[in-house]
Design a protein around this ligand. Structure first.
Ligand code: GRG
Length: 286
């Protein structure tokens, strides 16, 4: 199967699963379920759950055995996007070319829809323990990791720095550190989730984490380039491409992706999907 088909196939599986796991729009209070579904089915690329599924496949596990955890991570990601767009944070009227959640449902419901997706995300990860071949201990380990990877030392802390640090005062090392927390942490966690649930050994987990950190950093630098090229408004927030230019951003993201693939050398061709995923990130246009 070519890689484009692989991605399409996984996206279809993830979309069907999310539709099954989320409560229907009719379920009262209907407005919150509508708001949750609006952002979950708003055109996301599903990179994070695909990373979880692809990493589990590397260890011979099938999609069924980790799909709930993979979808749980996507719900947590969606929560962070809804809150990120709020007037009190980035104040973005649009997400993926469509009105952002608070523009459609109002701020109060958008805050609550985000909260509900965070709770549902954890709930789904816990429900992955229904799968027989997944050890309960690995679910516990994953839950501990998620709390740390999205907490104030990682994603949440990165977001705080993103809105408090001024781009003119920030060094390259600060910016890299901020991106590592704000963006790379959740991508890295998505990979670790697939590995932890599959019973990966410490050495394998370490290599996959290095791969995850590198693709996560590259992902944010590419995001910054896309923002600039698509003429997004400059809200004075740190942006690698703004600060160091498109040429350096391109070469840095290529270097990070090359290095990411280097960390996979302990695996044979069973890691080819992760190698293709890394290359795909460099080519993405949205
Ligand atoms: C989750 C604890 C917690 C916190 C809330 C708002 C917030 C704190 C964090 C937001 C972090 C954030 C928005 C990081 C940006 C990462 C990023 C580039 C997101 C876009 O990812 P894509 O392109 O999204 O994968 P799609 O649209 O494909 O789903």
């Amino acid at each position: 199967m070519d890689f484009k088909k692989y991605l399409e196939n996984k996206r279809n599986i993830i979309n069907r699963a999310l539709d099954e796991y989320l409560l229907s729009e009719e379920k009262p209070p209907s407005i919150i379920h509508k708001a949750m579904r609006y952002s979950v089915f708003g055109g996301g690329k599903r990179i994070r759950p695909i990373l979880t599924l692809a990493t589990a496949e590397l260890f011979g596990k099938d999609t069924e055995s980790v799909i709930k955890a993979a979808c749980g991570i996507e719900l947590i990601h969606t929560f962070s996007l809804i809150h990120d767009d709020l007037p009190c944070i980035d104040n973005d009227d649009f997400r993926r070319g469509k009105p952002s959640n608070h523009k459609v449902f109002g701020e109060s419901i958008a805050v609550l829809a985000g909260d509900a997706l965070l709770v549902s995300g954890f709930d789904l990860i816990i429900k992955n323990s229904d799968i027989k071949e997944i050890k309960k201990q690995s679910i516990l380990k994953l839950l501990k990791e998620i709390s740390s990877y999205i907490g104030t030392e990682n994603m949440l802390g990165g977001q705080v720095e993103d809105i408090t640090l001024k781009s003119e005062d920030i060094t390259k090392a600060d910016l890299t550190n901020l991106y590592m927390k704000k963006t790379a942490a959740l991508l890295c966690l998505s990979i670790r989730a697939g590995a932890i649930l599959s019973g990966a050994k410490q050495r394998q987990l370490k290599a996959l984490s290095k791969y995850g950190e590198n693709i996560g950093l590259a992902f944010q630098i590419i995001d910054d380039m896309l923002d600039i090229m698509q003429d997004q408004r400059d809200i004075g927030k740190p942006n690698y491409a703004n600060q160091y230019g498109i040429k350096e951003s391109k070469s840095e993201s290529e270097r990070l992706i090359k290095e990411a693939k280097g960390f996979l050398k302990i695996f044979n061709n069973e890691a080819d999907t992760l190698r293709s995923l890394a290359d795909y990130l460099l080519l993405r246009k949205r």
